[in-house]
Structures are given as C-alpha cells and as structure tokens.
Ligand binder design. Sequence first.
Ligand code: SF4
Length: 415
Amino acid sequence: MAAEQQPQRKKIEATGQMLKIMSDYFYDLNDAADSTTRKVAWCTSVGPAELLRAMGFAVHFPENHAAMLGATRMATDLIPEANTIGYSPDICSYLTADIGAYLKEVSPLAKAYPGIEAPPRPDVLVYNTNQCRDVQDWFSWYAKEFQVPCVGITSPKNFTDVSDILVDDVTRQIEALIPTLEEISGQKLDLLRLRETVSLSRECTELWRQVLETAAAAPAPLSFFDGTIHMGPAVVLRGTRQAVDYYRQLLGELKQRIADGVGAVDGEKHRIYWEGMPVWGRLRQHSELFAGLQASVLVSTYCSSWIFPDFDANQPIRSMAKAYLSLFIVRSDEYKEKYIKGMLEKFQIDGIIYHDAKTCPCNSNSRYGMPQRLEQQTGIPSLVISGDLNDLRCVSDEQTRTNVEAFIEQLEERK
Ligand code: SF4
C-alpha cells in the first residue's frame, strides 16, 4: 500500500490579491445591476465576452456562479428544485444547481460579499454552444424568466482542424450579434475599444499559460487544485487590466518557488494529469488525498482550456471566432488525444486521472475508449473515477480513496 503522509497545504501569497479583484468584480456587477445607465450581460465561459466588455456591458458568468454553488457544497440540495420544473438530474448540474438557487432565492455571493444578494439581473444573455447545448437551454430559461433577449453562437463540434470555413461561420455569427447588442447597450461598437479588449485577453491568456507551465518544473510549484481557484480572473476578468496584473504577480511568485525548489506537494514522487472537470465540493479532500500519497496532480485539460493563443487585436472578431473554436471541448478525439499526449510529455506525467462526471458528458473523455488508446500509445497508466462537478450524490468518497490509493501503489511499483 502506498504510504500516506499528513499533507501540508501551502498558501499562495498572491491569493489575497486574487480575492480582492474577484470581490471588486462582484461589487461592480452588483452596482451595474442597480444603475440606470449600465447594462448587464450574462455570458457563457467561452462566449463573446470580449465583445460584451468592449460594448460597456458588465459581464456575469453563470458557470462561475454554479461552480461557487459546487465549491460551497450548496449545489446538491438545490438541484432537486430544478428537477421539479422539468430539468432532469442527468443533465448539467451547473444548470440545475444555478436554476435551483434562483428558485430558492439563495446564492453563495450573499455569504462571501455582504450587501450582494444574488447575481445581477440580466439585460441580455449571450451563449456559445461550443461547450455543450445545455448552456443554450440554461440561458433560454432565464431569458423567459426575465423577459429579456437571449442571443448566441451555434458552434460546430467534433472537428480536428480549425478550418477557415469554420472560422468564417463563427465570425459571421459574432458579427450578427452586434446590432442587437448595440440596441440593448445603447452604444455603437467602438472598434478601438474592441481591439484593446482583445489585446488584454491575449495578454491574460499568455500569462495564464506561463502560470500553468511553471508546473513543468520538478517539483511542480502549482497543483491542479490551486489552478481551479486561481483561474477565477482568467474566466470572469478576461479582457481587463486587473486580470493581466494579477497573473504577473502570481507568475512571479511561482517562479520564485521554482528557484527555491518549493513544490506544491512535499516530497513529490508521482506526477499526475487530471482530465475532466474538478469535483468542486471535494477540492480540499482530493488535494489532500493526492498530496498525502506524494502524488502531485499538476496539470489538467480543464485549467488549460482558458489559454487562447489565437486572440489578435489586428483581427479582433475573426480571432475571437478562432479562439472560441480552438477550445479542447469542441474538438475531435483525434485532436484531443494528440493534445493530451503532448501534455504528458511536456509535464513528465506518470499517470492520468479521468474524472467521469455524471452530468457533463462533454467534459468526460473516458467513455469512448480514450484511456485505453492513450495507454496503449504512451504506456502511461490511467484511472477513471466516477463523480460529478456539482452533484455530490454521484460521488463515492470511499471508492475514490480506495481506487486512488491502489492506482498510486501501481505507479510506485512501476518506478
Ligand atoms: S460543459 Fe458540462 S459543466 Fe459546462 S455547461 Fe456544459 S454540461 Fe455544464
């Protein structure tokens, strides 16, 4: 049996600054909802946030709110509320938890940020189905509820190469959103402002990439579990100066950790890749479980999904289309396998954990033979753990622990 140790949690000093900018962001959203001049847009995580920001909208990301419901372990009790109005327990538990929270009139924002009771009321909802169809259903429900427009991009899926034809299609779809958004915001799109926003998104994404790539060092200074927390600004503040400044600070701290030989996990012996969504309500437990086995879960598809190298201020709309199409989740298994193989090599990975999330088939890549194919090609073993991003009724802590311990033991035997 792999020897389990008492893990030491290492604080990232930049966390204080991250909490501050996230707090400023939520208070600003709240102010925008109260204002008579500012408009609020709800946007999917890889929707056209750059366009919305450049048009002066305050931008709320329901997936971020849903992840907060998961991390605060409020989600599981709220999901049945959405089930009662017809949304199945088998569909996205971000959707069901978020709608459940709305129906119950509760929000983790109320506890974290005194004075804020709930997410801001939208003036428009803007989706991109690049990740899944659930976002469109989710946003359409709110659009009916609030009697506001819901517009979006219907993305192609399962392709290997991002061809010009696909980019043309999504570019046209983004352009088609502009008149509606101009009417709602009461402002004409300022191309200069859009270029600046895209440029800031590009800077943010580049720094976030460098932050994640510090984990290629041995020992890795950053874990996947740290990454899920520190990706907050990359998700909700893409296209702003605050996010760029924050990742500069975080990167400096992680480089210092590398220089000092400080790892996120003491005595790092095994280097693990995480494929799939986090289990938000079990971040701490999973972090401690792996750290206790001297296994560093140091890189993931999930955190790396907010790296968009295609943003280009010279071609703002077309480059947005290309960036949103290049997302891992939209691609074919052929592309995904090649991508993961590159990551295994770059980060010197010993083993892969696939999280099979019950309610998110799009982010669960263990269902069509990928673990077996990759193991055959790379010789790197893997373990599939069953669970869910938000619905803790789908999570068996005992089974996860037993399976992870056995897997790490298997890795130990191979060394
Ligand atoms: S990708 Fe998964 S978690 Fe995200 S919105 Fe779609 S179903 Fe929900």
